[in-house]
Design a protein around this ligand. Structure first.
Ligand SMILES: [Zn+2]
Length: 229
């Protein structure tokens, strides 16, 4: 027990934290009162303040396409493909020149499928909005399956379809390769990882795990859930 703790301490000393990949979902004007929804929401003012706070502490904001091995950085990511990422977050991120990634669930584009955790609301981004954002070098679009299932509850074939189809749909819409993937609900197993490698995803991210340390390049990458709590 003590030996393990010493080992961990030594590891931390020799592998200092270099970066944090932040996981966000919705960016809103006012946070909801519904607990399950509140967890997925931050206000645009809160996010802007966090970015400024980290910048003043010497952190740089970097793209998922190019995570540095040194320095102190933050990589901003949004899951699902909410319309407010385009209408509220994007103008602020452009103004501050902050790179960001949006992992889009392809079925949510143009609200073909609904997000069941937001009943009776059409919150998905349109194809046009997605194309507009993708044209800006600050923005990286990643895939996030077709219908947002828990991948580890599916057969390998079903997983393959969910992952590959979302990649293909986004590639057809945007006209370039999609290199990054995020697991819905963070759920994954060995098949998920093997499929992602087979399809050529350069990075995959999960929904937990804390910061990234020097010399680490895990598949999947850890993230930090950013909420206003
Ligand atoms: Zn998601």
């Amino acid at each position: 027990m003590i030996q393990q703790r010493i080992k961990r301490k030594l590891y931390k000393l020799t592998h200092p934290v270099v970066g944090e990949i932040w996981m966000l979902h919705r960016v809103v004007e006012h946070v909801s009162n519904v607990p399950e929804q509140k967890e997925l929401e931050v206000t645009v003012a809160w996010l802007e303040q966090k970015i400024n706070e980290y910048r003043s502490k010497g952190y740089t904001f970097v793209s998922i396409d190019n995570l540095p091995e040194h320095g102190r950085w933050v990589c901003l990511t949004f899951d699902d493909g909410y319309r407010d990422n385009h209408t509220l977050a994007y103008p602020m991120l452009k103004r501050l020149s902050v790179p960001f990634t949006v992992y889009v669930t392809s079925g949510f584009i143009d609200n073909q499928l609904s997000m069941w955790w937001y009943p009776n609301q059409q919150l998905g981004m349109s194809s046009d909005e997605l194309q507009l954002m993708d044209a800006n070098p600050l923005c990286t679009i990643g895939a996030h399956t077709v219908s947002h299932p828990k991948l580890d509850t599916l057969t390998r074939e079903q997983q393959y379809r969910e992952i590959a189809e979302s990649k293909q749909t986004l590639e057809a819409l945007l006209g370039h390769e999609i290199k990054h993937f995020s697991f819905p609900h963070g759920a994954h197993n060995d098949d998920t990882l093997a499929i992602c490698r087979e399809l050529g995803f350069r990075t995959v991210v999960q929904s937990w795990g804390g910061p990234l340390r020097r010399g680490e390049n895990p598949y999947p990458l850890p993230r930090i859930n950013m909420t206003t709590k």
